[in-house]
Design a protein around this ligand. Sequence first.
Ligand SMILES: C[S@@+](CC[C@H](N)C(=O)[O-])C[C@H]1O[C@@H](n2cnc3c(N)ncnc32)[C@H](O)[C@@H]1O
Length: 196
Amino acid sequence: MDSGLETLLAELYQEGQRNDTQEQERSKKMLNLEPETAQLLSVLVRSGHRTRLLEIGTSNGYSTIWLAWAAYAVGGHLISIDREAHKQELADANLRRAGLRDVVQLVQGDATQIVASLPGPFDLVFFDADRRSAPAQLELLLPKLAPDVLVLADNVLSHPDEIADYLEAIRHLSAFEHMVLPVGKGLSLAYRSGSV
Ligand SMILES: C[S@@+](CC[C@H](N)C(=O)[O-])C[C@H]1O[C@@H](n2cnc3c(N)ncnc32)[C@H](O)[C@@H]1O
């Protein structure tokens, strides 16, 4: 990653932290991913040559830029969903600043409705939005996952009650190996190998 993009990401993260400290209304908080989690996602994309990515929860595009940069490195593409139009406008501007706008399709609306209409296939899905609707979204996505796929979700350690149903659902998928990584706010990682 070049120093210009590193600087932009650091600025966005700091601005998000500052905003979230001052902002009382939850829908106006940025709630950006922890930098080490974002970096891990980018490593997973690049090391696994994952090219068909889906992110649920764009916010102002902080994690989206990390994923888009990784996708660009392997010739891939990312779809990112958020229900807040004003956040996706910020993400649009931030992706342009990053020079990565062409790598990302931003889709605004309710994630459950949108995933129902997406054709897939996806070889990496990242859940970072409404944890309570994530199980329904997972079920809709199952037929749209590539045989070899990573399914990730943030906030396992920070919001254990809210994410419990999602974890229960993913642990019942016998074709997937599942683990929780104590990075950032806790990352659920489920992997299905296409070859086993
Ligand atoms: C934790 S923030 C995403 C942070 C982002 N991934 C980042 O690291 O910058 C969660 C986002 O999900 C969006 N969201 C929550 N529930 C949603 C839903 N049901 N459909 C679409 N977006 C949703 C919120 O508007 C919010 O911007």
